[in-house]
Each structure stands twice: as structure tokens, then as C-alpha cells.
Design a protein around this ligand. Structure first.
Ligand code: NFS
Length: 636
């Protein structure tokens, strides 16, 4: 049963919020209240601060000026703001991918010995995909070639599409985007690109074209937003996923625990939070060492318990089976348990407020990235060339903090749920006997109506996890298989939707399939860069059937989206031919033309489009309708 705290449906969160209320700990919900009312121009996307003649703002209801000082319309302003969001989101995922590619190069040339090739099969599979010769060659030579192709995708200066996208995107989708570019050129006489060239280039292109006095055409700006986002989904994020699998291992199906109850009263608790598993995987590994175990025992602790938050949590959860403490909105709540000895963060989705909150406790708040420094934290600089030593130093810092815990203030909510996770494309295909055919058969004969991919965050504007839970449950009931990543996946895990018992919530067809395969009806595919796994699954099905992704009964949603990364994910889903539901409202409604392009015109042009719906049941209805329309278009 859902509880009645407007802030969260998660019982562990609600227990912690009572403590926050009692003790007066600041948190996102309280700070959100203090921000009310929020600026309506900002919500509609119609404020522009791009040049110093501004800031300008346009009231979409016709009161006041209709143009900025330079003459920019509401649509131009909205489209430029949206493009910049897509650029930032894509850059975040892709810059993460870059570091993995650089690490693979360093391992391949022997300059890094702290990491190694963990999954040689995956290396071979990626090399084969990229048409890199493998027979009779040394493993590290092949790895060097894979790293080179990946790194070249970032800096490509040719006009050709980037190699990862070309090799991984299903043939029909690639052809459709190419044909679209050509037909737009023929009909308008102007160039409009959809196929990304270089990963870095597409983001820089947006920075350039949104500079004062450049691109003012909403369609052109939206097209570039999609192109840049495609360079993330089929480029940077895909590179992150594939190369992390090579270096750290491809996740396998495993059973884990999720929610704040994974914190252990008697152990040194290290929470890893952020996105890049290069460090967090090391921390999880080093925590097991005899030396660290002894050091923990020496201060009276049972062990070093590494648990995850957000996407770096998803990464170590899937690969190393550590406990999952929670999603984005849990990050402050974890500190409030008083049982976190260190929270170690890398990049992205880290509230700066954690520094102040941690200072109320013995908790060490440790930043590690030169790209994410937070005043009030302890900075221990990560360097992948000394990863073992730095991870050990971090663990030692946590162990040293443990005796300072104020036992009287420790409160760990007892909630955990069991979750069966690790459904990579490799694991899904293995479960199906090596090909997507059995899944296709189930979809064709209607046992499973379609597949929904859900992604994204928590957002303080939505009761935490409520949309995730209700939407997911509603889709299952309708025999729609739900796959996904990120903080949605954590929400589903905490709610027990990834437990085998959740089979009971599914419609009759989906239930029977899940029972037969011994899997939950909700599949955890990884972190947000692992949305590329969803693209690959969709691509495998599309290629197998020789159709475009946009023909398949697939649909996406980002129901509690927060970050610019979610904009990029949504846009590359749409650009890949998948309709995407969004809630809360994206800041575009002040631009009627931009809104029409994204919610209507994109349907014809790309086969994917955005739609907005506030009610989770209505969203599920609409997603089901799309799935059924696509089924009937396919004649199934
Ligand atoms: Ni995705 Fe992961 Fe979570 Fe949202 Fe942030 S952790 S990368 S952006 S908040 S799902």
C-alpha cells in the first residue's frame, strides 16, 4: 500500500524523513518548498540569458514583449535552451565513456596495471562488431584497436558518421536517418544533419549554433539536439557500456538487496555514489582484501560494507552484487542514518548539500574527481594509474571514521527488498537460447504485447518512486515487459518489482513467460549509460526481423526525470524511433512550434516522439495504445 507522505512512497524514506523533520535536517523537499513559487518563464523555457543585452523573457500568453532584444522569438529561445540541455547531457555520458576508452588504451599498452581485460569474450564480440581482425592476434593488440576506434569517435573531424554508431545501429534505422538528411536537403536546399559525426563535435556544434546570432530555426535546433543525443546513445554511452564490460566484466544475473536496510550497524559502511565505476568497482574489490578486513576488525567492525547509490551503485550492483542503498532522493537520507562512515562520489547527480549534512555527522564526504569538487568535502584525488592504492586509502579513511560514530544517533530503517538483476543483452539472449527469436515469437503471438523501457531519476516534484512504481505495475498488468536502467531501476528494485514474486503482478501471458524462464517481469539492465543496452536489444530484434526500430512495439518513459542527461536519453530514444513519455513537464511549452515538432512532427519524420502525461495510469494507457498501434501496423 502506498503511504500518505507527499514526499515519498518508499517506507524507508518516510522513516528517515520523520527523523529529518524532528531534527531539522535540510533536504531536497524542504529546500524545494523554500523555492516556491518557481519562475514560470523558466518552466516554459522562455527566458534567454545567452547575451548581455538580456536577460530577456517572453510571456507566452501574449502579455509584454513578444521578442527578445535581438529579435529572438519564444520558439528560438526554447529550442536553444533545449539544445544546450541535450549538449550537456550528452557530454556527461560521453565524457564518462571517454575515460573508459582511455583506460582501455592504457591497459592495452601496459601503462596501467591496476586494471586488466576481465571479459575477453566481450572484447572479441566488440572487436567483431567493429570489424577489427581478431584471428591470430594478441588480446592486448585487439584491445588497443578497440580503444583507438572508440577514442577516434570522440575527435572525428570527417563528415562521415561515427564508427560506433554505424556499426551498432540497425541497418534500417541508419538508412532512414540518412534518407531523411537527403530528402530535407532536396526539399529545402539547406543541410540538416541527424547522423552524428564526432561525439565531441556535436556538442561543440550546439555551443556554436546557440551562440548569440546563429541558429534561430526551431527545426534546425531540434534536429541538432537529436543528432548530438544520438552521438551519446550510439556513441559515448555505448562506448562506456561496452568498454566497461571488457574491463570490469559483463554483468550477469544475480540476486541482490535494495534499500537503506543494506547499511549494517556493525560494519564500516562505505556508500559509493555517482556514475563512473572505474573507481567504485575498485573500492568494492579492495573492501574484500584481507588487509582491509583486518583493519575493520581492529576498530571493532564486522567488515567493510560497500553499498551503492544511483548509477555508480547500479554498476557495482550488477557486476559485484553489492547492496543498493537507494536512488537519487535517498542520497541525503542515507547520511541521516548516522551509519555511513564514508560517502564516496565521482561525478554527476551528487547534491552539494551533502557536504553540510555530512558535517552534522561523523561521515566523511569524499569527492574524487577533478570535475566534481564540492566545498566542505574531503577531496581524495582519483587517478586510475594508482587505483588500488587510492581505493585503499579511501577505505582506510572510512575505517578511521567508524569509531567516531555516535551510536545514539544511528538509525537504519529495516527495509530491503530482494531484486534479481543483471539483464544485459548477453544474459537475455543466453536465457532465450542464443537468439532473440523466442522473444520475437512471444511478441508476435501476443503473449507479450510489447516492451517498455523506463529510465531516469527521482524528481522532487513527483512523490519519490510513485510514478516509477505505478507506471511499471500498470504496464506489467497489460502484459508489457518492462526493462530499464538508472534510478528507475533502483525504485523498481526497492519496491520488490524485480523479485520473482512480482511475477504475480503481471498479466497472464507475461506471468507464464517469466515463470518458465525463472525471471522477474521487470528487468534491470544497468546504469543510465547502459540505456545503450536497451538500444542494442531493440537493434538486435529489428535487425533479426529486418525492420526499423520504429516498427517494433517498443515505447519509452522517463517518469521522474530530473537531469539534462535524461533529455539526451529521451532525444536519442526518439531519434532511434522510440516514442517517449515524460513527466514532469519539460521546459519547452513556451515554444509552440518546438512543442509541435517534438510531440507531433517527429512522429512522421523520426518514428519516435515525446508525449507528456501527469497520471501514471493514463501514461500506461497511452503507452499500451502505442504498443497496440504498432502491433497492428505490423499485422500482428
Ligand atoms: Ni540517470 Fe544516474 Fe539517477 Fe537520473 Fe542521476 S543517477 S545517470 S541522471 S538521477 S537516473
Amino acid at each position: 500500500a502506498l503511504n500518505n507522505d507527499h514526499r515519498s512512497v518508499d517506507p524507508a524514506a518516510v522513516e528517515m524523513l520523520r527523523i529529518a523533520d524532528r531534527e531539522g535536517y535540510s533536504n531536497i523537499w524542504e529546500r524545494y518548498e523554500k523555492q516556491q513559487p518557481q519562475c514560470a518563464y523558466g518552466q516554459l523555457g522562455t527566458c534567454c540569458r545567452i547575451c548581455s543585452m538580456g536577460p530577456c523573457r517572453i510571456d507566452p500568453f501574449g502579455d509584454g514583449p513578444t521578442h527578445g532584444v535581438c529579435g529572438a522569438t519564444a520558439d528560438t529561445i526554447v529550442a536553444r535552451n533545449l539544445a544546450r540541455m541535450a549538449a550537456v547531457g550528452s557530454s556527461s555520458h560521453s565524457d564518462h565513456g571517454r575515460k573508459v576508452a582511455q583506460l582501455l588504451r592504457a591497459v592495452a599498452n601496459g601503462s596501467n596495471t591496476d586494471y586488466r581485460i576481465t571479459d575477453a569474450d566481450k572484447l572479441m564480440a566488440v572487436a567483431a562488431r567493429l570489424d577489427i581482425p581478431t584471428t591470430g592476434r594478441q588480446q592486448l593488440e585487439i584491445a588497443a584497436d578497440v580503444a583507438k576506434v572508440a577514442i577516434d569517435c570522440f575527435g572525428n573531424q570527417d563528415e562521415e558518421p561515427l564508427v560506433f554508431l554505424e556499426k551498432y545501429m540497425p541497418a534500417k534505422r541508419f538508412a532512414r536517418l540518412k534518407a531523411l538528411e537527403e530528402s530535407l536537403y532536396q526539399t529545402t536546399g539547406a543541410k540538416t544533419g541527424f547522423l552524428p559525426r564526432g561525439i565531441d563535435r556535436e556538442a561543440v556544434d550546439i555551443l556554436h549554433r546557440t551562440h548569440f546570432g546563429c541558429d534561430h530555426d526551431p527545426l534546425s535546433l531540434v534536429a541538432q539536439s537529436v543528432r548530438c543525443s544520438l552521438s551519446d546513445g550510439w556513441g559515448g554511452s555505448l562506448i562506456a557500456t561496452e568498454l566497461q564490460d571488457i574491463l570490469l566484466g559483463t554483468p550477469t544475473i544475480k540476486s541482490v538487496k535494495a534499500n537503506l536496510g543494506v547499511l549494517e550497524e556493525e560494519s564500516v559502511n562505505v556508500v559509493v555514489h555517482g556514475h563512473e565505476p572505474i573507481l567504485s568497482a575498485k573500492i568494492a574489490e579492495m573492501a574484500q582484501s584481507a588487509e582491509n578486513r583486518q583493519a575493520a576488525e581492529a576498530v571493532g567492525a564486522k567488515r567493510v560494507n560497500v553499498v551503492g547509490l544511483c548509477c555508480t551503485g547500479n554498476e557495482v550492483l550488477l557486476r559485484q552484487g553489492v547492496g543498493m542503498a537507494g536512488n537519487e532522493s535517498h542520497s541525503e537520507l542515507a547520511i541521516m542514518t548516522g551509519a555511513v562512515d564514508a560517502m564516496v562520489v565521482d561525478v554527476q547527480c551528487i547534491y552539494p548539500a551533502i557536504a553540510d549534512l555530512a558535517s552534522c555527522f561523523h561521515t566523511k564526504f569524499i569527492t574524487t574527481s577533478e570535475q566534481a569538487k564540492i566545498p566542505g568535502s574531503l577531496h581524495i584525488q582519483f587517478d586510475e594509474h594508482h587505483a588500488d592504492a587510492i581505493a585503499s586509502r579511501i577505505i582506510k579513511t572510512a575505517i578511521d571514521a567508524f569509531p567516531n560514530r555516535n551510536k545514539g544517533r544511528v538509525y537504519i530503517p529495516k527495509h530491503t527488498a530482494t531484486a534479481v538483476v543483471g539483464f544485459t543483452v548477453e544474459e537475455i539472449l543466453k536465457a532465450l537460447g542464443g537468439t532473440p527469436q523466442p522473444l520475437i515469437d512471444l511478441i508476435v503471438n501476443g503473449t507479450i504485447k510489447g516492451v517498455a523501457g523506463i529510465v531516469g531519476c527521482n524528481n522532487v516534484k513527483v512523490q519519490q518512486d510513485h510514478f516509477h512504481r505505478v507506471l511499471t505495475t500498470e504496464l506489467l498488468k497489460r502484459d508489457i515487459l518492462v526493462i530499464g536502467t538508472g534510478c528507475w531501476a533502483v525504485a523498481a528494485a526497492k519496491a520488490g518489482l524485480m523479485d520473482l514474486s512480482a511475477q504475480e503482478l503481471a498479466g497472464p501471458g507475461l506471468k507464464a513467460v517469466c515463470r518458465q524462464l525463472g525471471i522477474p517481469p521487470v528487468l534491470h539492465m544497468g546504469s543510465c549509460v547502459d540505456c545503450s543496452r536497451m538500444l542494442n536489444l531493440a537493434g538486435a530484434i529489428a535487425d533479426h526481423l529486418k525492420v526499423d526500430i520504429s516498427d517494433l512495439p517498443l515505447v519509452g518513459s522517463a517518469p521522474e526525470w530530473t537531469t539534462e542527461k535524461a533529455v539526451a536519453i529521451g532525444a536519442y530514444f526518439v531519434g532511434s524511433g522510440i516514442p517517449v513519455h515524460l513527466w514532469p513537464l519539460p521546459p519547452i511549452l513556451g515554444g509552440p512550434e518546438v512543442t509541435r515538432i517534438l510531440t507531433q512532427d517527429a512522429k512522421e519524420v523520426l518514428g519516435g516522439w515525446f508525449f507528456v502525461e501527469e497520471d501514471p495510469v493514463a501514461a500506461a494507457d497511452q503507452m499500451e495504445r502505442i504498443v497496440m498501434e504498432r502491433r497492428s501496423a505490423l499485422g500482428i
